[in-house]
Design a protein around this ligand. Sequence first.
Ligand code: AMP
Length: 397
Amino acid sequence: MNVLVINAGSSSLKYQLLNPATGALLAKGLCERIGIDGKFTYKPEGKQAIKEADVAMPTHSEAIQAVLNALVDKDNGVIGSMKEIDAVGHRVVHGGEAFASSVVITDEVMKAIEECNPLAPLHNPANIIGIKACQSLMPGVPMVAVFDTAFHQTMPPVAYTYALPYEYYEKDKVRRYGFHGTSHKYVAGRAAEMLGKDIKDLKLISCPLGNGSSVTAIDGGKSVDTSMGFTPLAGVPMGTRSGDLDAGILEYLMGRYNMDIKEMVSILNKKSGVFGVSGVSSDFRDLENAGAEGNKRADLAVDMFNYGVKKLIGSYAAAMGGVDAIIFTAGVGENSASQRLAITSDLEFMGVKMDAEANKVRGEERVISAADSRVKVLLIPTNEELMIALDTAALVK
Ligand code: AMP
């Protein structure tokens, strides 16, 4: 069985063709500048990537058609015909409270996803466009929606309710939703395999750390708390996002600089985080280099990030009444040995002891805590596309 995984943005579309049974990746790529001047990248597994500029892609339909053409191309294709695509898995950012798991897409499901649009106005409409384009180009092929928020629907009210007038939750759906759910779910499953335990018996804290970062407490395989909130702006400071913040600052700054709320929120999303603090970059490699050259603000930004993650690990261990394993994943989590060490430093009081040698590794599934560490620390490369393909295969079987 082959599953085409689609992650549609407003002007871009990422895709992978995978065999969920074996985990094999057949091909992947990216359509960019849809509606502008169409850039197309296609990489069949084991071969060079093919890049084309000025590909006519006025809409997502032409972009997906280009993907399908590439997949069946007689020279560089990876399947003989479209019949070899058994299902399509779509990443959908927001499922609100309507979706606690992945679902086969029906007309009713489409309606419910559309109803979530106000909660993710930049993302959900683009996801819907991607689904509709696939439906028209691949009639009869089952489609599945996999939501970033679904995994966190198991959070209890004590974790998801904001201390605001309660009617904002009841009438306006303002609550913590959490994101990165596909990634948290994938690494939690892998962690259970690596530890040889039933996930039901594990308390895990998963940390996908990258440009966007979130920390999640996973008790018995279920998300019980997470650092992102109503939007992905909350939690630890990120590449350019502020993370948690005293809301009183907004009124103060908007008054002093005569900003409207749009400008303020744009600053919180695009000019804050480690970029805002360092004034150097949102990229942690640049910050490491700048720090090595003596840039104190770059050091401060990285230290703040690491400190923020460490505090969440402590609070989630408290929330769950313990922790069996901490998982690092995504760009920073998979690659930065120094940040993993900094985040887990001084946590011996709660049973975390790193193995500095084992930690000297990148992007490889591995235990990086010491043999006598009560809490295991795991490096697990994330694979959201495989998780989407697995969910899709399970639902369409
Ligand atoms: P992601 O959003 O998961 O793609 O992660 C992107 C972030 O990971 C960027 O800030 C990168 O600088 C960071 N990253 C990638 N490799 C390294 C590395 N070797 N050391 C530190 N950060 C890294």
